[in-house]
Design a binder for this molecule. Structure first.
Ligand SMILES: C[S@@+](CC[C@H](N)C(=O)[O-])C[C@H]1O[C@@H](n2cnc3c(N)ncnc32)[C@H](O)[C@@H]1O
Length: 195
């Protein structure tokens, strides 16, 4: 099957569908949660600060793109990190970026579906997805992660739960971005019953 470029792939593929056998091989069995868009670096920094990331944290980015959130968590806050993405090129790029940033020993990147990866070791989960996929991923985080795990999301609210904190950030291009924080509560019933 011929490879098609990223733009054509997005035009060809409904984002809410699990790709079928008609799609490129490497999408089969994966749910496409969002197209690739990078979080501006100033917003990355504010997300990590909103989540209170520190050296004892393990930061997961579900849909890590070029790895910038996990790499910044390791480089600037001394944390460990795991980034996952379905796009093979993003994983290669993330690993190269981690090497260039001198944090390859503190982070790892895996090509795996965010809806399949074991996220139970996370103390912080970063998200930059879309409105329909964010609640789906958060429901999984609430079920798998320990109470106290912080979830920080760029742009998309943590529906159906009200965020514990939200901030506006002016990025380096002058655009206003919103970021949100939610903390996995003590009891899973609370996670499913509303904040
Ligand atoms: C909007 S980008 C965010 C990139 C990065 N987190 C950032 O903030 O700069 C969303 C990323 O999610 C990835 N993605 C989409 N569906 C996914 C899935 N099911 N599992 C893992 N990654 C996925 C895309 O390939 C893309 O790199």
């Amino acid at each position: 099957m011929p490879r098609i470029d990223a733009a054509s792939r997005w035009q060809a593929m409904p984002m809410s569908d699990t790709p079928s056998d008609d799609g490129p091989d490497y999408w089969v069995g994966k749910t496409i949660l969002a197209p690739y868009l990078a979080t501006p670096t100033r917003v990355v920094d504010r997300m990590l600060r909103l989540a209170g990331v520190a050296a004892f944290d393990t930061v997961y980015d579900l849909g890590c793109g070029d790895g910038r959130i996990v790499i910044a968590a390791a480089r600037d806050f001394g944390a460990r990190g795991v980034g996952v993405d379905v796009e093979p090129y993003r994983i290669e790029e993330s690993r190269a970026n981690a090497l260039a940033a001198g944090v390859a020993d503190r982070v790892r990147f895996e090509r795996i579906d965010a809806l399949q990866v074991d996220i139970s070791p996370a103390t912080v989960v970063a998200l930059y997805l879309v409105d329909w996929s964010t609640p789906r991923v958060i429901a999984r985080i609430a079920a798998m992660c320990r109470p106290g795990t912080r979830i920080v999301s760029h742009s998309f609210a943590l529906s159906p739960w009200a965020p514990q904190a939200s901030e506006e950030v002016v990025d380096e291009h002058g655009n206003v971005r919103r970021i949100h924080l939610w903390i996995v509560p003590e009891r899973s019933e609370e996670a499913h019953g509303g904040a």
